[in-house]
Design a protein around this ligand. Sequence first.
Ligand SMILES: C[S@@+](CC[C@H](N)C(=O)[O-])C[C@H]1O[C@@H](n2cnc3c(N)ncnc32)[C@H](O)[C@@H]1O
Length: 351
Amino acid sequence: MSETTAAEAKDVVGSEDPRAYLWEMLRAGWRFSALYAFVELDLAGWLRDGPLTVAELAERAGLDRSALARLLRTSAGSGLVRTLRDGDAPVRYVLTDVGHTLRGDVERSMRSVVIPQGAPDFLEAMGSLDEAVRNGKSPFAARFGSMYGYLASHPDARHHFDAHMATRSRTIAEATVAAYDFSGIGTIADIGGGVGTVLATVLEATPDARGLLFELEPVIAAAAGFLAPRGLTDRCELVVGDFFKAVPTADAYVLSNIVHNWNDEDALTVLHNVRAAMPDHGRVLLLDILLPEDDRPHLGKELDMRMLALYDGARERTESEYLGLLTQADLRPNRVIELPYALSLIEALPR
Ligand SMILES: C[S@@+](CC[C@H](N)C(=O)[O-])C[C@H]1O[C@@H](n2cnc3c(N)ncnc32)[C@H](O)[C@@H]1O
């Protein structure tokens, strides 16, 4: 190891003892398993209305009292719950602010974010990452085919996927409207827009614009239910379609978390279809994580391991890789705006 690399590695490790760093990584896995059990058993839901003793919670949720006591003790160590002590009375557990985000009935719930990380089919694929590195193929895809095919035949997983994206995308959408001026754009199309979280936020911030949500069939049905209570039904057209075939005409195209799901060839097909449909004054707004070119630890690099295990061909990319794809699709990258949460917005215009 060169001197520079050793020094950088020490920065990353944050410890003089390299073994201690590896123990931290192992513990993160154990903590995650406890978090998954906490969420899968919906302990946050059971604790929603106030503190309970282990016996009360075990009785109500139908769980093993002794094992539950151990899980709660660990969850207190992770900050999901804390103990309330009152003399000799049995300890009661109460949700912390973090624990409350794991309830299924709160805005931006983290429940559906956690569940797909630990659900057996997904976890098995993550556990076979070595396989992916041996043969370059996603172990999940080898077993189930494409992720979106899997989701089409597993409605529960589709529900969690959509809710996960909605939680993540609300944050993305708010950062986007704070950083980008959508005023003056007639129709904004969200291609593969999920249930419409990003588009709804953009339309709410841009009262004169109209929206077009382009998605696969089952998602469009869920999108109708998402947009109606927000009073956006009249301002937003819902279009079922396949972005590998064609997309409708619009003045701006949002592609949020789309390109990273596909290999270069497929990503280029989508971008070419957008380019073919867009008018001369049109623009593409691509939202994705941009990987740093250096060795620093980065959310995108870790997420890329999930892409490798779960999707055939999906990958996180650097800025220059994204700019290269846009250029190949006959688009001219115009500016890159950094957003919070490691995300960026790339604006591209027709060449
Ligand atoms: C990672 S999600 C991103 C959702 C949304 N843009 C967001 O940022 O929250 C990718 C979306 O692409 C949609 N999708 C996948 N294949 C598609 C296709 N061939 N045509 C249209 N949409 C597709 C999926 O249903 C899914 O909602």
